[in-house]
Structure formats: structure tokens, C-alpha cells
Write a protein that binds this ligand. Structure first.
Ligand code: THU
Length: 136
């Protein structure tokens, strides 16, 4: 594995750990951190933000995507999702679609356990046959 890609993952993990600490998850007690590297090599992170009206809660990935778009960027090169425990936390179906909106065939989705162990997939593996407006 190339050194820069090891470094990318380290940085993504560090950011996800930092934002995970701020998760607002009093209802599920399941604290998630997400971090993105965009096309301009900028990093964006977010945690999950729950609400007493449960359906209004927002996943960590959605917040990180909003931060990326708000900073003027449009492409997810890599996204890391940090689980609060020793199981991977694969993105929910809605977040797979949200990631796909700003992804291409090379976009990597890193799943990290709380101990730092990482498994990498492509968004196309997590969301095959994705709906998008390029689909004829
Ligand atoms: N959650 C995320 O933030 N990302 C995921 O990929 C899966 C689930 C959050 C939503 C909710 O706040 C909590 O985890 C439990 O489902």
C-alpha cells in the first residue's frame, strides 16, 4: 500500500475520532464519527446528531457531506465511518445514496472499528445499481 494512502486513512481516522466525541446520541447511545477527503484534499468531519423526535436525527455521514458541500466541494474521494464498538458500522441505505450523489467508481468507503481496524470498500460495492440522473 502506498504511503500517502496510509496517511490519508490515518488522518481520516483521527478526524473521525475527534468529531465522534461530540456525537449527540442520548437515545441510541451509539456514537458515530465520519470523515471525508474531497477532490481538493480538504477534510470534513461530522458526528451523528439525534433528536427527541427520533426520525429527525441525522447520521454522521450526512453531516460530513453537508460540511463538504458547504465548503464548496462536490466530490468524495474517500469517506471513513468510525463505529463506537468492535463491529464495523456500514452506512445505512439512505447514507449510501447520499454518498453516491458525490462519488464515482473510485470512491472508497473505509469502515473503522473503535480499535482502529479498517476495512475498505467501494461505494459501488455498497450500493450497486445506484439510482442517479445519468441513468438512461
Ligand atoms: N448512524 C450513523 O450516524 N451512521 C451510520 O452509518 C449508521 C447509524 C447513527 C444514526 C443514529 O443516531 C445511531 O447511529 C443509531 O442508529
Amino acid at each position: 500500500m502506498r504511503n500517502d494512502s496510509v496517511n490519508d486513512k490515518k488522518q481520516l481516522l483521527a478526524l473521525a475520532q475527534q468529531v465522534q466525541r461530540h456525537a449527540h446520541a442520548p437515545y441510541s447511545n451509539f456514537r458515530v464519527g465520519a470523515a471525508i477527503i474531497d477532490e481538493n484534499a480538504q477534510y470534513h468531519g461530522s458526528c451523528n446528531v439525534e433528536n427527541a423526535a427520533y426520525p429527525l436525527g441525522q447520521c454522521a455521514e450526512a453531516g460530513a457531506i453537508s460540511a463538504m458541500v458547504s465548503a464548496g466541494n462536490k466530490h468524495i474521494k474517500q469517506i471513513l465511518i468510525l463505529s463506537p464498538n468492535e463491529e464495523y458500522c456500514p452506512p445505512c441505505g439512505g447514507c449510501r445514496q447520499k454518498i453516491a450523489e458525490f462519488a464515482n467508481d473510485q470512491t472508497q468507503v473505509h469502515l473503522a472499528k473503535s480499535n482502529g481496524e479498517i476495512k475498505t470498500l467501494l461505494i459501488s460495492e455498497l450500493l450497486p445499481l445506484a439510482f442517479n440522473l445519468d441513468t438512461p
